[in-house]
Write a protein that binds this ligand. Structure first.
Ligand code: DX5
Ligand code: ZN
Length: 214
């Protein structure tokens, strides 16, 4: 699956930017609060409006403090997948259950330096694991290959039937890096600059998908 990140899109034309990647799998929406990460993007009102403008399932990546306060509202609004950060909450299980109760799929994300081992046990409460392959906050950074070991560990648990979730990666995915991520067992690839900083975002999505499945 390919999930274009609208972080690199034109924020004054989000409906058109979503239409430009029609045929992708998920639309990745980066919610940043200026606290959990140093950058600030958009929040619930814009997500609610954009949901009405497209049929693409939304993959909301909440880079915010106190995600338990906000995450269920994104699911209620109609987001398909709502991902919170492991580093942002003391009770990720409670947040996951609230997201699911609100009708969404729950995702857990880990920053590049956060080990996965402490979270393996609770991943059964989640539908998605989002492995960050850059420090969250900004698009256009370089891929950190060392995080793929975390993806391999979880891929093995999924393949052996111990876990049932989508393994997703976010940060620095482009034509040069997607194949090594695919080889590590990633199911869903987020790509911001590699999709939107091109003349034809739809073609960029198709090319990434071809490379990932080659
Ligand atoms: C970064 C965001 C990413 C970002 C990726 O914190 O979570 O989703 O859009 O951008 P690229 O694909 O340019 O690295
Ligand atoms: Zn993201």
């Amino acid at each position: 699956m390919i999930a274009p990140s609208i972080l690199s899109a034109d924020f004054a034309n989000l409906a058109a930017e979503a239409a430009a990647v029609e045929g992708c799998d998920w639309l990745h929406v980066d919610v940043m609060d200026g606290h959990f990460v140093p950058n600030l993007t958009l929040g619930l009102p814009i997500v609610q409006s954009l949901l009405k403008a497209t049929d693409i399932p939304f993959d909301c990546h909440l880079m915010i403090d106190d995600p338990g306060r906000w995450a269920p509202s994104y699911a209620e609004a109609g987001a398909y997948n709502v991902t919170i950060h492991a580093e942002a909450t003391d009770d990720p299980i409670a947040v996951a259950r609230d997201i699911r109760a609100a009708g969404g799929r729950a995702g857990l994300s880990v920053k590049p330096n956060t080990p996965i081992e402490p979270y393996l046990e609770i991943l059964r409460e989640f539908d998605t694991l989002l492995v960050m392959s850059v420090e969250p906050g900004f698009g256009g950074q370089s891929f950190i290959p060392g995080v793929l070991e975390k993806a391999r560990i979880v891929r093995n648990l999924v393949d052996s039937g111990e876990l049932h979730l989508v393994v997703e990666i976010d940060g620095g995915i482009n034509d040069d890096t997607i194949e090594q991520a695919a080889a590590a067992g990633i199911d869903c690839f987020v790509a911001g600059s590699a999709v939107y900083n091109t003349a034809d975002p739809g073609a960029a999505v198709r090319k990434l998908r071809n490379l990932a499945t080659a």
